[in-house]
Design a protein around this ligand. Sequence first.
Ligand SMILES: C[S@@+](CC[C@H](N)C(=O)[O-])C[C@H]1O[C@@H](n2cnc3c(N)ncnc32)[C@H](O)[C@@H]1O
Length: 220
Amino acid sequence: MTTTAWRADPYADALRTGRGPLFLRRDDGWLLPLEVERWCEEPDSADRSVLARCGHRVLDIGCGPGRLVAALTSDGRRTLGIDVNPEAVSRTERTGGAALCRSVFEELPEEGRWDTALLIDGNIGIGGDPARLLRRLRRIVSRTGRVLAECAPVDVDERCEVRVDDGRGGRGEPFPWARMGVRALSDQAAATGWSVSDGWTAAGRSFLSLVPQPSVPTRR
Ligand SMILES: C[S@@+](CC[C@H](N)C(=O)[O-])C[C@H]1O[C@@H](n2cnc3c(N)ncnc32)[C@H](O)[C@@H]1O
């Protein structure tokens, strides 16, 4: 399943060294490169465009080695990273951020009170079911909060099974994943209680800001 697969050795090894190559491999052999080196560096200009849109209390979901958590923390924001990979959590803590080894689908601290939830570097794919993840986020983010989500750079709407692959024969267990471009994510957001409040591109990466749709008052 998803959570144990991301704990697998090829991913943990890459986080330990801060280096790839590393891929998500589909059964048909298609490879999606994972940018481990970039994840282990300081935030780049695209990351900074995300950080500039964050509120005060930020939950980074699937924080990886924690560059965003560290930057937000040093900027005085109350930030927590969550990740199912213990090496990701240790690295985040070593960079000065707070992190919890926990799945987004488990109970989390301060549910309903986060100003911003981040789904960066393809993390809309977590769990392989974006509708489930977006519904879960309605319970995590405050009524005035937002989700900042990175979209695939192409017009895609895909659910698939993948493995982490180091390109040298090391492979983890299969787990479900998803990829969504701007159009697919906008449609899925609308169907799960979110409105698109902003969309932008930076350094070739695409992002959407999602805010909760107002609840429909119930009739008496
Ligand atoms: C594509 S990587 C994103 C890396 C990260 N954003 C960064 O800056 O390095 C996906 C991350 O999500 C984590 N993950 C996978 N399933 C998860 C879950 N159910 N809950 C929380 N994190 C999860 C993985 O361990 C991995 O670190």
